[in-house]
Design a binder for this molecule. Sequence first.
Ligand SMILES: Nc1ncnc2c1ncn2[C@@H]1O[C@H](COP(=O)(O)OP(=O)(O)OP(=O)(O)O)[C@@H](O)[C@H]1O
Length: 359
Amino acid sequence: MLLELEQLHLAYGRTEVLKGLTLHLTRGQIGCLLGPSGCGKTTVLRAIAGFEPVDAGEVRIDNRVFSKAGRTVPPEARDIRIVFQDYALFPHLDARDNVAFGLREGRRRERRARAEEMLAAVGLAEAVRAQPHELSGGQQQRVALARALVARPRLILLDEPFSNLDVELRERLGIEVRAVLKEFGATALMVTHDQHEAFAVADEVGVMNQGTLQQWDRPYNLYHRPANRFVADFVGQGVLIPGHVSAPGKVNIELGRLEGRLITDVEPGTDVDVLLRPDDVIHDDDSEMTAEVRYKVFRGAEILYTLRLDSGNRVLALVPSHHDHRIGEQIGIRLDTEHIVAFPRATAEGAWCPTEPPA
Ligand SMILES: Nc1ncnc2c1ncn2[C@@H]1O[C@H](COP(=O)(O)OP(=O)(O)OP(=O)(O)O)[C@@H](O)[C@H]1O
């Protein structure tokens, strides 16, 4: 294990921000913390970097305790580098010298040579002498990444690294950053509130809520096997539909009987809420089951339909966009679920539905 956070507790004054957070990263692994604003993501990075002392629990790196109650190894002694949202480049230094700054040792010529190699690795061989203001946001962030990587630190932390970039660029840069981190075998932890960014970059993603980790898993599992309602709601889209577990692996809902492996632990006889993702609901003109189009969002390749069932419940359906139906039309649907995600029926506040479109 390269990074181990064990039962971390951290409060700002009386406000408890991290409440027993445990997380492990192996060497060469890229992790990402995802969660709503204010859930404590940046605080986790600050605790790892040594900017914030912890109240309880431990931060261990390479089996060495770097933080525990009453003891915080200073940031400069941790061999960690951070890539910030605003790039934090020196405006008066060119790209090469910004990267060379990441090397604290060696002669200037050697440091510049290594900086040039590193810039080439992030695709900026042509821009070594450019000043930050001559570079685009994406290029500046690549310079910042090169500066973080050049000294081969133990761990790289990335704090919302793409949030100043436009959406199109974010995912592309995310894929590039992942490739570079992997090429150098770097261990990295990123924080973001953008799940597409997290999925593009990370091997494993942790969903946080109010200072705790709800699930740490591969992106596929977060989407298809959410551990609880919070994760189901936060990752991807979907609705919860009332159902009843009639037998192991069999759940009755108003659209019929679902059969498949139950992901969550619910006994036969239990009333449940079943998660239906937009890709579970297939548009099929030949199906006898129909639903009314209440709302639609054109997404280019697909249209995301909000459909009203006879009961009044809503489901979402992701449909190829040449199936362009009008609001109010009844369209055929069928379900395609290979496994079932169901949570024991809770209070009404646990369930959610897409909101009605504005009139
Ligand atoms: N220095 C501080 N003093 C007091 N409270 C703080 C301090 N820094 C953060 N907080 C509070 O701690 C909570 C967690 O903050 P943090 O920045 O870790 O959240 P975050 O998940 O990174 O949020 P965002 O996505 O908005 O950046 C917030 O409620 C915030 O207001």
